[in-house]
Design a protein around this ligand. Sequence first.
Ligand SMILES: Nc1ncnc2c1ncn2[C@@H]1O[C@H](COP(=O)(O)OP(=O)(O)OP(=O)(O)O)[C@@H](O)[C@H]1O
Length: 213
Amino acid sequence: MRGGGFGHGRDAVLTGVDLTVRPGEVVAVRGPNGAGKSTLVRGVLGLCDVQAGEVRLFDVPRARFRDWHRVGYVPQRHTVAGGVPVTVRELVSSGRLSRLRAWQRFGEVDRCAVDCALEGVGLAGFDRRLLTELSGGQQRRALLARALAGDPELLLLDEPTAGVDAASQRVLAATLAGLAETGAAVVVVVHELGPLAEVVTRTVTLPGMGAPC
Ligand SMILES: Nc1ncnc2c1ncn2[C@@H]1O[C@H](COP(=O)(O)OP(=O)(O)OP(=O)(O)O)[C@@H](O)[C@H]1O
């Protein structure tokens, strides 16, 4: 992004953001509550208003970008289960859908990707459970598995370690390191780096209080 300005309606949250993330990088985005970390990530995805500047994904202006299967997103909050009795496998399988062409069925490759993602976050034995029956930390891991199942080349994670125990944070760190080794770019919003310190290659700190970055 160049000169990125992001906000909500007319309210500006971030101005003048210049940030380039390259393949193989694991970039941590930090800053105080309300600094605009989620707004930045959502701005990349077009989920909040881009008020100024330009965002390009894989060198394509975001407005013209269509290859969303290349991008994974783990939101900070989720309402995916909101009243719908979805199993962990169904949730994680939905991460493959953007990879399928209109005429393609969910096949063996897709099932393997889902199994692999479940295993990668330590939820292999939970696939038939309802998402609502999982603890908060397990639900966050299921959301991560959904993003991983799509084999993203750019993965954006919004506070994936919040409410997640130390052992699971170490698993997450190893998973992100493995992904970056394949050449994927990772952007992760975090308050405390914890085990992620081992894999983060660069930290971007948002100053907060509406100050330019
Ligand atoms: N949907 C929304 N509509 C209007 N304002 C919003 C919306 N979401 C966030 N904001 C405002 O944007 C500002 C930045 O919020 P954001 O969630 O990006 O901060 P953050 O750095 O991720 O904070 P935290 O560490 O608490 O998660 C805050 O002042 C917040 O009130």
